[in-house]
Write a protein that binds this ligand. Sequence first.
Ligand SMILES: Nc1ncnc2c1ncn2[C@@H]1O[C@H](COP(=O)(O)OP(=O)(O)OP(=O)(O)O)[C@@H](O)[C@H]1O
Ligand SMILES: [Mg+2]
Length: 252
Amino acid sequence: MTAIRQPFLSASALDKSFVLHAQSGQQLDVMRGLELSLMPGECLVLAGRSGIGKSTLLKMVNGNYRVSAGRLTLHFDDGELELSDLPAQAWHVLRRDVIGYVSQFLRVVPRVSARQVVMEPLLSQGVAQDEACCRAEALLARLNLPKRLWDLAPGTFSGGEQQRVNIARGFIAEHPLLLLDEPTASLDSANRDVVVELIQEAKARGTAMLGIFHDEDVRERVADRQLPLEEHMLRAGDASTAVNDDTQELPR
Ligand SMILES: Nc1ncnc2c1ncn2[C@@H]1O[C@H](COP(=O)(O)OP(=O)(O)OP(=O)(O)O)[C@@H](O)[C@H]1O
Ligand SMILES: [Mg+2]
């Protein structure tokens, strides 16, 4: 008997609008009726013009932006979890155990060393200090971050150095779902290759990935499928639904 494979993440009739209170309450319709499904072990690459809503979609999946309408669902073996109406406190657990997110830019916290930034997702899962430290150092070394930087806070690092810390932090906990927002944008080709390898390894252990890659070569190497957003939703502005206010990020 063939097992039916089910997606790990799905979106159905997903809408996203922003209400700009500081600008006469204007409404910006970004996404209408988006449909997608993402399988375990698959890397689905979001494609489409600048401003179409690629980063917005990742932020909705990560709970930074609210869903305006429609369904965004995680499918576990023992049931489904609807993300569009998840209470704020549930996001903390979800981000700790299920969703990894490599944002385009590292959120720098003063006085926290690069090593500590990378270890933190493991420590929050209860992994012992020594093991977390070893795994963080292994990833930083693999991403060619010079050892002399490991004890320094990343605030003064170059764009590419910060991005590598961010990537190490995103991959270290091996979450079942990884969101990647242009993780290779500031990297040289040797480090881009390392990221491609990390993505291939994550696929092999069944990680579902939703990614944005402007670099065509990287995109070709990691994408199992591409999802041109224009073709997977109705035109923004077609619908006139009531919307939530999302100009503010939700608490992380
Ligand atoms: N917090 C926000 N408040 C208001 N509008 C927003 C907000 N975040 C995104 N937008 C708007 O949503 C649209 C989609 O933005 P998004 O950043 O998702 O685009 P993108 O596809 O990732 O583009 P790029 O390829 O340039 O990164 C843009 O028009 C943007 O101005
Ligand atoms: Mg973007």
